[in-house]
Design a protein around this ligand. Structure first.
Ligand code: PLP
Length: 438
């Protein structure tokens, strides 16, 4: 019941409670902590040269890497491959159309047997696992480290005789790839880094993607480096690089010599069965421009994240997800707030809804862990039937307590929330305390 000054109600234990009106949560009809008209940063932010690059493609006569050579128009895809390989610090980069495709061709390039097991953390987007199925492999879900949210060496299940691990760098944290390597290398197990949430993150000064045998990136709309839809595989392996090129361009690679006028840059090298996973020239043009703006955006986000970490330090029940000490730069894909103790009578979904209402910015819970995700359903595709059978049998008696704890105690917000100023961080901290004080 609501009177002029107080909200009166009955609590879960049957007691009558009265709350002064100005402390009522916005979800309960109170005044939002942040005035609704206060704007938040928008995403994506077009980089200074994006428009110029797009126009160059539009009028340049080459809209795909399978376009015939036209005058002296160079392909943006090749330029992006060189720029991104330099950025990550690897010898090779093969751009593709999606991050999922990057994982598919990366796993295919390893030449594993049909039905071989690939370890995949349960706490990730469904594509980390469906890519394994698309490559003819069985994803075996494993738990994650409670501190980082990423698969750790103690989570690896060698009993299923895995041939690869998809090590996902989650939210804003890097997995400890050297530690994973120490366990997997003696068994000939390849580590594939899933860097869809970690562009530009560093571990002891070295970039995500440069540690594993292969590193896979997504440039989908919401990613910190975006061109709408896109992806890339990076590697230092000179034998895998040409295989990756063929897998993504219908068994064709780039010519080793200059392209004659009117011919394609691609030649039919035909070493392995490929498919078309090529990045469009429009996407590549945008990706080239956005890459130049990435580090500056990292600095802004990381400064704000550090400030918010400080601002919530006095709240015993709340903290922000922090990287392992060896991680030297964070790439915040999703800012992750951990509620060690959830506010009374609220689960993290209710907290996310309450924060959204207080701040006028979307806060949400993480994607459903894969062991109970409705999106991971290989039994619905006849082609995957033999893999689905093994997938179902393997997962019958598994549990993921650390993944479940993180899924139940975290609330996330998109990285662009951290692209504004200090005021935004003070508002988030204030809204968190208001909800905790309820
Ligand atoms: C961890 C992870 N892996 C893979 C992907 C797939 O990338 P894409 O959407 O570009 O196919 C995503 C996308 O959200 C992701 O977060």
């Amino acid at each position: 019941m609501c009177t002029d000054n107080v909200l009166t109600g009955t609590s879960v234990d049957g007691m009558t409670t009265s709350i002064p009106l100005d402390r009522r949560l916005a979800v309960d009809g109170g005044r939002p902590y942040r005035p609704p008209e206060t704007p938040w940063p928008r995403w994506p932010v077009p980089a200074p040269n994006a428009e110029r690059n797009l126009s160059a493609v539009l009028h340049g006569g080459r809209w795909a890497i399978s376009s015939p050579a036209y005058g002296d128009t160079a392909l943006f895809e090749r330029r992006f491959a060189a720029d991104f390989a330099r950025y990550v610090g690897t010898r090779h980069c093969v751009p593709v159309d999606h991050g999922s495709s990057a994982l598919v061709v990366a796993l295919e390039s390893l030449g594993l047997g049909f039905g071989d097991a690939v370890l995949v953390p349960a706490l990730t987007w469904t594509a980390s696992a469906t890519a394994a199925l698309r490559a003819g492999l069985v994803p075996v879900l494993v738990d994650v480290d409670l501190d980082t949210g990423c698969v750790g060496p103690e989570d690896l299940d060698l009993s299923v005789e895995p041939r690869a691990v998809v090590a996902v760098h989650w939210a804003s944290n890097m997995a400890d790839i050297p530690a994973l390597d120490a366990v997997t290398a003696p068994h000939g197990i390849s580590v594939v880094e899933d860097c869809a949430q970690a562009h530009g993150a560093t571990w002891q000064g070295r970039q995500a993607g440069s540690f594993g045998r292969l590193g896979c990136f997504s440039f989908q709309h919401g990613k910190v480096l975006s061109c709408g839809e896109g992806g890339a595989v990076v590697t230092d392996d000179d034998t895998l690089a040409p295989v990756l090129q063929e897998l993504r361009a219908d068994s064709r690679r780039y010519r080793s010599r200059a392209t004659p006028p009117g011919e394609l840059d691609l030649e039919e090298s035909a070493g392995v069965q490929g498919a078309n996973f090529c990045m469009s020239e429009f996407s590549a043009a945008v990706a080239c421009a956005q890459l130049a703006a990435l580090d500056e955006q990292h600095d802004v986000r990381n400064r704000n994240y550090a400030l918010l970490t400080e601002l919530v330090a006095d709240l015993d029940e709340v903290r922000l997800l922090q990287p392992a000490p060896a991680q030297t730069r964070t790439s915040i894909y999703e800012g992750t707030i951990i509620f060690d103790e959830l506010p009374a009578a609220m689960d993290n979904g209710a907290v996310a809804t309450a924060l959204t209402a207080e701040l006028g910015r979307r806060f949400y819970v993480t994607d459903e862990p894969l062991h109970r995700s409705r999106l991971l359903q290989p039994w619905t595709k006849p082609l995957l039937a033999p893999l689905a059978e093994r997938f179902t049998a393997i997962h019958r008696d598994r549990s993921y307590p650390k993944t479940e704890w993180l899924a139940a105690h975290t609330v996330q917000t998109h990285h662009s929330t951290f692209l504004g100023g200090e005021r935004d961080m003070h508002d988030i901290a204030g809204a968190i305390s208001k909800i905790c004080a309820r």
